[in-house]
Every structure is written in structure tokens, then in C-alpha cells.
Design a protein around this ligand. Structure first.
Ligand SMILES: [Zn+2]
Length: 187
């Protein structure tokens, strides 16, 4: 069921669309007149559609950022966005000063490897920015340890594309009333 406000928005959008197409039919290529000045790009896009486009683009950027990781088993990238600005970034890897090697000879990840979310959040801690109310974009859904950090960092929204096999992190975020959005990206 649509709310009255949403219904009005849809009706208004429909009316503008009709005006646009009517102008195309009536004026058949001639210039001027107010209606002819409307372009297809003037057609209203809903807030949710705009947000989805931005979310996908930030996720794609996080995916590219993941390529910085030296980890072999899985490369994860994260971005923290606040007020339409990227205030931090991270990818999974060893702490500063450690060798860029994430797995031992048995292909087991070293316990001191930091996850992308932890790197992005701790990078904010070193800066003058605040993650309060920010959105975290991450290529793999957060584990429970990162979920704890996300909650404590005051992040209010988490957008991810790939689901980690353990979902306890996602459950913890939802329990803390953090908005969690799953947007699978086309391979
Ligand atoms: Zn994690």
C-alpha cells in the first residue's frame, strides 16, 4: 500500500511524463515553447532510485578499492561516506609496518589481519572526521567483530554486495537498528 504522500508523488511524476511526451507529439521537432524545452533528463527520479544509483556506484568503487588488498583468500574493500563525501577507505590487510602477507603456508589467514571495515573505521579515528551518521560501503557483509566496531563508530547505514557465509554480523547490526542494504552487483 502506498501512503498518500507517495501516491501524490507518483501522480505528479506521471503528469510531468505525460506533458513531456505530449510536447514531443505536438511540436514534432520544432524549437521553443515551454514544453519543448523539457528533456528526458528532466523527468523526475524518485529519491529511492537516486539512492540506489549512488549506492551501486560507491559499491563499485569499494570493489575497485579491494584490489589493493594483498590477501589471497578474499579481497574486501570498504568506503565510509558522509554528506556525499568519502571520508575514509579501507581494504583487508596487515597492520602498518607488518609484511604484506595475509595467509600462512597452510593458507590460513593470520589473526592480526585487519578487515576492510576495521581499517576504514580506524582511519577515521586518525583523522578530523567523524563517522557518526555515516554510511559504510563494503564488498562483503561484515563479520560480528566488525559489526561491533560499526555500531560503536556511530555508523547508521551499511551497504554491501556479497554475503559472508556467517550472518551473525548482519544480525547484530540489525539488532542495533542500523539500516542494512544488500545490493548484489552483476558479475
Ligand atoms: Zn570483519
Amino acid at each position: 500500500m502506498k501512503t498518500k504522500k507517495e501516491h501524490c508523488k507518483v501522480v505528479k511524476a506521471q503528469r510531468i511524463k505525460e506533458q513531456y511526451f505530449a510536447s514531443q507529439r505536438l511540436c514534432g521537432g520544432r524549437k521553443s515553447t515551454k514544453l519543448l524545452k523539457m528533456n528526458k533528463s528532466d523527468l523526475p527520479i524518485s529519491f529511492h532510485e537516486k539512492q540506489l544509483v549512488l549506492d551501486k556506484r560507491y559499491l563499485l568503487m569499494a570493489k575497485i578499492w579491494a584490489e589493493n588488498s594483498y590477501c589471497i583468500r578474499r579481497k574486501v574493500g570498504a568506503l565510509i561516506v558522509k554528506d556525499k563525501m568519502i571520508i575514509s577507505d579501507g581494504y583487508n590487510g596487515t597492520p602498518s609496518g607488518f609484511e604484506n602477507k595475509c595467509e600462512d603456508e597452510n593458507d590460513v589467514t593470520y589473526p592480526y589481519v585487519l578487515h576492510a571495515e576495521a581499517n576504514a573505521i580506524t582511519k577515521v579515528a586518525k583523522s578530523n572526521n567523524s563517522s557518526l551518521g555515516a554510511t559504510l560501503y563494503v564488498t562483503t557483509s561484515p563479520c560480528v567483530e566488525c559489526a561491533k566496531l560499526i555500531i560503536q563508530a556511530g555508523i547508521s547505514r551499511v551497504v554491501f554486495c556479497d554475503k559472508y557465509r556467517k550472518e551473525s554480523g548482519l544480525h547484530l547490526l540489525q539488532k542495533a537498528n542500523i539500516e542494512v542494504v544488500h545490493i548484489p552487483l552483476d558479475k
